[in-house]
Each structure stands twice: as structure tokens, then as C-alpha cells.
Design a protein around this ligand. Structure first.
Ligand code: LLP
Length: 417
């Protein structure tokens, strides 16, 4: 059996067992070199036309990772005031931040307006609210083209059955609102969904979006959204998203629009999150018990659904490696096992009936591809403090980039009169 952590040298010069002892488990471990490589790839997708990739920080909002995105020349998109604050803290200037919220309050919109941050409005009602507090301003409108894509219905972010954006036939109504407040719709954005390895749905949606773009007459930006996938079944040799092929085909889609707009070409944008960070992050967790219940073998770890929600939420597959004495176990006896966490829910499972090397108490479980939507979706459910995060730097050594949450911090907001 292959070992991704050994092939990719994800732990650099560090021994994962020592990391687990030094920082405790569960522990998120990121590799700077892998993350930067992915960020560079998305930054260079389009070279023929003005183009900018926004890092979609909801995938991973650790400050050190945001700084890497800034250094790699990416812009960033934010979904909330908290995300904007983190981007400002990471050194992004306002003109490199794009606010893409939905259903936000007047105060939240005011925060973005006050900081001069370009904002996308996700409904006619939000456009009206924005216009009423920022007459004469510039904004973006999120269009839902009625088609979506993605690995699970919960991550398809366009299409007839999703809450996002305005329908194409509401564009005229958006123009009426814009006119009422003297607003300039200088950007349109869409995001059709997440985690596709075949880019065709994205390209079809991009082509359709460029048709829609013709209805607007003062566009400075056209934002096609993110969603590029990563191989979650990499131990079974699942292929990578082919960035080179994608880049070629995406450029071809842009060619026909560019021909029609030689003098008023907007800046093309995309918004990848997962692709930048997923493969550069893993979780290390300790096996505290193995047991057999009614014929099912369980390996009980400290990686509960509070640490990684994706398997419970979307039935997502994450490859798992077993580490013993700091080395990946790649041969020897195997068995079918359910790997569980320590949370009081029967859905608290990292995998079901997975064929893995025989697991013993004291082993480390390493969850691959956890750099995206891992820590950022974690919680303190069951009153468990959130995990620590370390970065394997370019020098190959570990640096703590988030301390493990303390019990004091976890309880700090409780009011006890
Ligand atoms: N732009 C917008 C407006 C989005 O809604 C999203 C993701 C992205 C960009 C970035 O998409 P990405 O390139 O990361 O696929 N928690 C789920 C994924 C939810 C994605 C939501 N929107 C998961 O763990 O699979």
C-alpha cells in the first residue's frame, strides 16, 4: 500500500510521532511547500488575459495560510465580517478582498462599505438594502445560472434548488434597483459548486456566464467562482485535477468573449479554496481503544466529528494512513474496520468498513486531505477544545500556528451570575 505522507514528505524533517507527543493530538499538520505549490498553480491558470484568483478562505482561515496566499499574489474572498477582519490582519489591502456574503445585516454591509471592500449581493432584497446605504456605489451581483455541480447536494451552490444568487430573469429588476440608487454593477459573480475533477461543468457554466455578461454594460470584473477538486482517493491512484488542460480550455472559453470586447475587457476572476489547501494538510490522531461490537471492528480515536465534520456531514471519503513508531504501516495483516472518534453520536465515524492495516491501541491515525474544510468547520461539540495546528515550514521543521484551545478560552464567554 502507498503512503502519501512519505511520498510527499509532508512532515518534512519531523517525525510524526514526536509531533504528536510535542503538540498533543488531535493535531492539524500543514506543509508550506505543498500549499504554496497549489496556490501558485491557481494563480497562473490564465495568463493570456487580465486574471486574478481569489483564495476562498472559508476552506482554511489560519492566519499563516492567509499570509501565504497574500505572498503568492492571490486576492481573497470573505463570507463574513470575521473573515474580512482576518484578511485585513493578514495584510490584505481592501482592494484585494471580495465580500461574497448572503443574507447579511445592514451593519455587516456597512462594515464592508466602510472599508472600501467590493461586495457581492445575493438577492434583489440585499441589493436594495445595499443601494439604500451606499447610493452611487459600485457592487457585484451574484447570479445563479440554474445549473450546479459538486460532490454532494450540500455543496452544490447554484441550480434551481439552492438558495444562492439571483435568477437570470431577475437581472432587469436588478437594473431597476441599481437605477433607483445610482448604483454601478461593475462585477458579476457565480459559483456553481465544489469538488469536481472534471472541469466540463465549470467550463459550460463559464461559457453560459459570459453570455449573461453581455447583458451588463459597465463590467470591470467577471468572477467564475471556484470548485476545482482534489483526489480524495489518492491512495488508489485517483488522478489530479489537470490544471494544465483546464488552463488551456478555460482560456479558449475566454477567447470568444475577448474577441468581442477588445477595448473593454474586464478582469477575469476565480475563487478556489479547497484546491489551494486540501492536500497540504493532515490530521494526526491517537488510537485509544480497539474493540469488536456485534461482529464489527472499531478503532476508537480522538478525531471526532468535532475535529473533522466532513465524513459525518457529507459521507466524505478521506484516505487514512496508520503510523506506528513514526512510520507509515504499508504492509502486513489487514482488516475491515470502522474508525470512530470520541463524540457521543453514532454518526461519529471517519470511515465505515474500510480495509486498513490492523490497528492497535497507541497507533497514530493520519487523515489525508484535511487542509480544506477541516479546522475551519471544526467545533467544540461535547465541550472538547479545538485542535492545535502546526506548519511544516519550507525548512522542513514544525512551527505552531494555532495553540490548542484551552478550557479557559472555551468557557470564557459563559455568563455565570
Ligand atoms: N466561492 C464561493 C462563493 C463559494 O461558496 C465557495 C465554496 C468557494 C468560492 C470555494 O469553493 P472551493 O474551491 O473550495 O470548492 N464544506 C464543503 C465545501 C463547501 C463549499 C462552499 N462554497 C466541503 O467540505 O466539501
Amino acid at each position: 500500500m502507498r503512503s502519501y505522507v512519505e511520498e510527499s514528505q509532508l512532515f518534512g524533517k519531523e517525525d510524526p510521532e514526536e509531533l504528536a507527543v510535542r503538540y498533543g493530538t488531535p493535531l492539524y499538520v500543514y506543509n508550506e511547500e505543498i500549499i504554496r505549490r497549489h496556490m501558485k498553480a491557481v494563480a497562473g491558470v490564465i495568463t493570456k488575459y487580465p486574471y486574478r484568483a481569489n483564495y476562498s478562505m472559508k476552506a482554511n482561515s489560519n492566519l499563516s495560510i492567509l499570509k501565504m496566499a497574500r505572498e503568492e499574489g492571490l486576492n481573497a474572498d470573505a463570507m463574513s465580517v470575521g473573515e474580512i477582519m482576518l484578511l485585513l490582519k493578514a495584510g490584505f489591502s481592501s482592494d484585494r478582498i471580495f465580500f461574497v456574503p448572503n443574507n447579511v445585516s445592514e451593519e455587516e454591509l456597512q462594515f464592508a462599505i466602510g472599508h472600501g471592500i467590493m461586495t457581492s449581493l445575493d438577492s434583489l432584497d440585499q441589493l436594495d438594502l445595499f443601494g439604500s446605504i451606499n447610493p452611487g456605489g459600485k457592487c457585484s451581483v451574484r447570479i445563479n445560472p440554474g445549473i450546479g455541480a459538486g460532490h454532494h447536494e450540500k455543496v452544490v451552490t447554484a441550480g434551481r434548488k439552492t438558495k444562492f444568487g439571483i435568477e437570470e430573469h431577475d437581472i432587469d429588476a436588478a437594473f431597476d434597483i441599481a437605477k433607483k440608487y445610482g448604483l454601478h454593477i461593475t462585477e458579476i459573480n457565480q459559483h456553481v459548486g465544489s469538488q469536481y475533477l472534471d472541469p466540463q461543468p465549470f467550463l459550460d457554466a463559464a461559457e453560459n456566464f459570459l453570455r449573461i455578461a453581455e447583458k451588463f454594460n459597465e463590467l470591470e470584473y467577471i468572477d467564475f467562482g471556484g470548485g476545482y477538486g482534489i483526489p480524495y482517493h489518492k491512495l488508489e491512484d485517483e488522478a489530479q485535477f489537470d490544471m494544465e488542460d483546464f488552463s488551456k480550455r478555460f482560456t479558449e472559453v475566454l477567447d470568444s468573449y475577448a474577441e468581442k470586447h477588445p477595448n473593454d475587457l474586464p478582469l477575469f476572476k476565480s475563487e478556489p479554496g479547497r484546491y489551494c489547501v486540501a492536500e497540504g494538510g493532515v490530521i494526526l490522531g491517537r488510537v485509544h481503544a480497539v474493540k469488536q461490537n456485534y461482529g464489527i471492528r472499531y478503532a476508537g480515536t480522538d478525531i471526532g466529528m468535532n475535529v473533522l465534520a466532513r465524513p459525518t456531514l457529507y459521507d466524505s471519503w478521506h484516505d487514512l494512513e496508520i503510523l506506528r513508531d513514526g512510520k507509515a504501516v504499508t504492509d502486513g495483516e489487514r482488516e475491515n474496520v470502522y474508525v470512530t472518534g470520541n463524540i457521543c453520536e453514532s454518526g461519529d465515524l471517519l470511515c465505515k468498513d474500510r480495509n486498513l492495516p490492523v490497528i492497535h491501541r497507541g497507533d497514530l491515525i493520519c487523515v489525508l486531505d484535511a487542509g480544506a474544510y477541516g479546522f475551519s468547520m471544526s467545533s467544540s461539540y461535547n465541550s472538547r477544545p479545538r485542535a492545535a495546528e502546526v506548519l511544516i515550514t519550507k525548512e522542513g521543521t514544525a512551527k505552531l500556528i494555532r495553540r490548542r484551545e484551552t478550557y479557559e478560552a472555551m468557557f470564557a464567554d459563559l455568563v455565570d451570575d
